[in-house]
Design a binder for this molecule. Structure first.
Ligand SMILES: [Zn+2]
Length: 249
């Protein structure tokens, strides 16, 4: 059998094929939307991961600030001890010159001690700012998590809706296919597999699938509405919307 020799009413057949094409178009639309959900979720979860990495980086920095404070405090304690010793040694000075030398040394140690104390105060401020950064980054993480949670819930809901749509379309597809001749279905399926769309309108004497011009003969056959016409270039099944819309003669 060729596509020309169609059993039954060719106009009815074309209408069924158009319906099948519409169902298949909607199915692939639903499928594409479903396929997109995991990708979109993965991209959204990236925000949460980045926010978590920021928190960790801030915590690490704060930890380093605290380690530095610890070393400053140790330094201070050592210097305080050295100063006490120097003060005690002062009593053992044997000459006035030795005494004033030792006194000068004590003065120098005291100044150094003051500098370390200032650094410790500065470090307290650095730590305070570091704690603030950790707090801010934790807030950002909480926000990202909440946003993702809400988004994920919506996405899962949409996925379930698309799933239902797809099931309804599958059912409709089965019904439409049952009413179409097996050989015609084979032709349809072959072209669908090759192009993703098996039936297209002919507009302005042009196949709307591949935009090849149709021969006058094919145009006449399409206009007659009595034959199934396929595009000679792409093999897609053709129909003329105006012929299908007209009441059957
Ligand atoms: Zn074509």
């Amino acid at each position: 059998m060729t596509a020309d020799q169609v059993p039954g009413d060719p106009r009815q057949l074309t209408l069924k094929l158009v319906a099948l094409g519409e169902v298949d178009r909607k199915r692939s639309e639903s499928q594409n939307l479903m396929d997109a959900v995991p990708r979109v979720l993965a991209s959204r979860s990236r925000h949460s991961r980045e926010a978590r990495a920021t928190v960790e980086a801030c915590q690490e920095k704060l930890q380093l600030f605290r380690v530095h404070l610890k070393s400053l405090e140790l330094d201070l304690a050592e210097r305080e001890e050295a100063l006490l010793k120097a003060n005690a040694n002062l009593l053992s000075a044997k000459t006035n010159q030795e005494y004033s030398l030792m006194n000068a040394e004590i003065e120098r140690k005291r100044e150094e001690l003051g500098t370390v104390e200032e650094r410790i105060l500065e470090q307290y401020e650095v730590i305070r700012q570091g704690e603030q950064l950790v707090k801010t980054s934790e807030g950002g993480l909480d926000e990202a998590k909440a946003e993702y949670g809400g988004f994920e819930e919506r996405a899962r809901g949409e996925l379930a809706d698309h799933q239902k749509e797809l099931e309804a379309l599958d059912e409709r597809r089965e019904q439409v296919r049952k009413a179409i001749d097996v050989e015609i279905l084979k032709l349809y399926d072959r072209v669908y597999k090759a192009h993703g769309v098996a039936i297209v309108p002919a507009e302005g004497n042009t196949c709307q699938g591949c935009f090849s011009s149709l021969t006058p003969n094919d145009c006449n056959r399409l206009l007659s509405g009595r034959q199934l016409v396929v595009c000679r270039a792409c093999q897609r099944i053709l129909y003329m919307p105006e012929v299908l819309q007209a009441s059957p003669s």
